[in-house]
Design a protein around this ligand. Structure first.
Ligand SMILES: [Zn+2]
Length: 372
């Protein structure tokens, strides 16, 4: 390297100033990542060496990738071949995090600007956002748990959200099912929810399935999704989600509430050590054994909390970050505001996942699955 060479890395703000003055800014990310939005003035280029050979940029060029690491390596390699190139430090994540301008079509559609506050997290970044855009999540039940989960998943940019629920909005739902308004009492929940989620984020697909999930239709309706969010209000549906999760090898994010308490866990059949829902509750309880939400009651904010925890676990699974609640049952007592966690091991005698496993969790009776 010549001592007169400019630094290999350039601050995104300086890169924007240089690009505005005519310096070529090349976006090296994948086509899928670029679809989420591009920096203003950036060109989509897969092979910068080939592009430079054809274009011969007088003052060199700026290279932009997702996090600034790949562009740094490429800029460095190009320098050694005598091609002037600088890497934009921190990549697209830093560009968005600093609020630098994006291509107009992106700003109109929401695009990266919409997700700026999470793209600037290194654990998410532009690559993670593109991953969310490609993700498909199904919510079984759009009630007390499904309503907050759906809102946050749509806001986060999950590309396709499928809603399965055969119910209509009842006035007694409104205390906790925050997707619905008083004027929508009597309308089908999936239709109202679809409108609401599309209004929140026009960039995602929402698919409404006004059916009751059961063991028969579950495999067909749940196949093709990346995560199953269990917000069912009845045991047959919940066991159908669990069995389909095992059969289709799709993780299930479980949540349940009653009165002032709730619980959350992730059952991920892709992990050999993960328990399944039947490790916790081997068979559905006899009718009447467990009080329903309507009988036991629930403070509206409790399904809100649990549904949001389910949304959080879902996003972590989709992004492949953090430690999911696999093999752990999180119990929330909102009255004491006491959170505790039980180790939930795979049950050797489980009718769902059987075979090998460790110690069995001794448990109390199941909570009403009622999302309400
Ligand atoms: Zn099991």
């Amino acid at each position: 390297m010549n001592r007169h060479d400019p630094p290999l890395e350039v601050d995104p703000r300086q890169a924007f100033a240089l690009a505005s003055a005519g310096r070529p800014l090349l976006d090296l990310r994948s086509a899928a990542e670029r679809m989420g939005g591009m920096a203003r003035g950036a060109l989509a280029v897969d092979d910068p060496a080939d592009w430079a050979a054809r274009t011969l940029p007088a003052d060199g060029m700026l290279l932009l990738c997702a996090l600034g690491q790949r562009s740094f390596r490429i800029a460095s390699a190009l320098r050694e071949r005598g091609i002037a190139a600088q890497s934009v430090a921190g990549g697209m994540a830093a560009w968005v995090g600093l609020g630098l301008p994006l291509a107009d079509e992106v700003q109109v559609g929401g695009g990266l600007a919409r997700y700026a506050r999470q793209i600037c997290l290194p654990e998410v970044g532009a690559a993670g956002q593109a991953r969310l855009a490609r993700a498909r999540v199904v919510l079984v039940g759009v009630g007390g748990l499904g309503a907050p989960a759906a809102l946050y998943l749509a806001a986060a940019g999950v590309g396709r959200i499928t809603l399965i629920d055969d119910d209509v909005v009842d006035r007694s739902n409104l205390q906790r099912q925050v997707l619905y308004s008083d004027s929508e009492v009597g309308l089908r929940k999936v239709d109202v929810a679809t409108r609401r989620l599309r209004a929140l984020n026009p960039g995602i697909d929402v698919i409404a399935i006004p059916q009751k999930l059961d063991a028969h239709n579950a495999p067909g309706l749940l196949a093709g999704h990346d995560v199953l969010v269990d917000g069912a209000d009845n045991f047959p549906a919940r066991f159908a989600v669990s069995d389909a999760s095992r059969r289709l090898a799709i993780p299930m994010v479980y949540g349940a509430v009653e009165r002032f308490s709730g619980q959350v866990a992730v059952f991920d059949p892709r992990h050999v050590d993960s328990p399944c829902y039947r490790c916790l509750f081997p068979e559905p309880p006899a009718p009447g054994e467990v009080p329903s939400c309507a009988e036991a009651g629930v403070l509206g904010v409790v399904p809100g909390m649990i549904g949001m925890l389910q949304a959080c676990e879902t996003l972590k699974l989709l992004l492949g970050i953090g430690a999911p609640l696999v093999g752990r049952l999180l119990l929330v007592d909102a009255l004491a505001m006491h959170w505790r966690e039980l180790v939930l091991a795979r049950d050797v005698e489980c009718p769902g996942c059987g075979s090998s496993g460790a110690d069995r969790l001794r448990r109390t009776s199941p909570l009403d699955p009622g999302s309400g």
